[in-house]
Design a protein around this ligand. Structure first.
Ligand SMILES: Cc1cc2nc3c(=O)[nH]c(=O)nc-3n(C[C@H](O)[C@H](O)[C@H](O)COP(=O)(O)O)c2cc1C
Length: 160
């Protein structure tokens, strides 16, 4: 059973969790990168990212020729943007559609929009079975140790 952890992270929170999960599950990782990086500071950060979600944009990915065939399990991580999943994850889902996988979802947020984000991801990935979801509020600022432990626990409870 092969597992891929695929994620996007603008400011490192989702990456932090992705690394813990991938290590614990002995999974491959794929960090999504956009050809044109999103601004990571100030007003522009929220404006550009927020608009890209509202307008359902699919920013061009730098990652090339992603092959999901070898994987039985796909664990997807994203920051919550404008109450949904980040647009680079939208690019991934649209460019590399897949079905018949076991899917886990992990989210990092500032504390709002988690449920809608999760339900939007599920809606965007019909034909897969969802095996677990977990969310974190600003793990880098609010407690890495706690987030680390919760991630490991989550991995142990996943029926992969
Ligand atoms: C464009 C943008 C939109 C955001 N929208 C939300 C939101 O709707 N709800 C929320 O709780 N946090 C929101 N945030 C905060 C991020 O979800 C949060 O900081 C997350 O931990 C960032 O993860 P990252 O470090 O992996 O990028 C937003 C951040 C950005 C950049």
């Amino acid at each position: 059973m092969k597992t891929l952890v695929v994620f996007y992270s603008l400011e490192g929170n989702t990456k932090f969790i992705a690394d813990v999960i991938a290590k614990h599950l002995q999974a491959d990782t794929l960090e999504l990168k956009t050809a044109k990086p999103f601004p990571s500071k100030g007003f522009k950060k929220f404006f550009k990212g927020g608009m890209s979600v509202v307008f359902k944009q699919k920013p061009k990915l730098d990652n090339k020729d992603i092959d999901l065939n070898p994987y039985d399990n796909i664990i997807i991580g994203t920051p919550v943007w404008a109450g949904s999943y980040s647009s680079p994850v939208n690019s991934f889902i649209k460019q590399y559609p897949f079905t018949g996988k076991k899917v886990g979802v992990f989210l990092c947020s500032g504390g709002g929009g988690v449920e809608k984000c999760c339900s939007n991801i599920k809606k965007a990935l019909p034909g897969n079975s969802f095996i677990g979801e977990i969310d974190f509020v600003e793990p880098l600022k609010r407690g890495r140790e706690e987030a680390f432990k919760a991630s490991v626990q989550w991995c142990e409870n996943l029926s992969l």
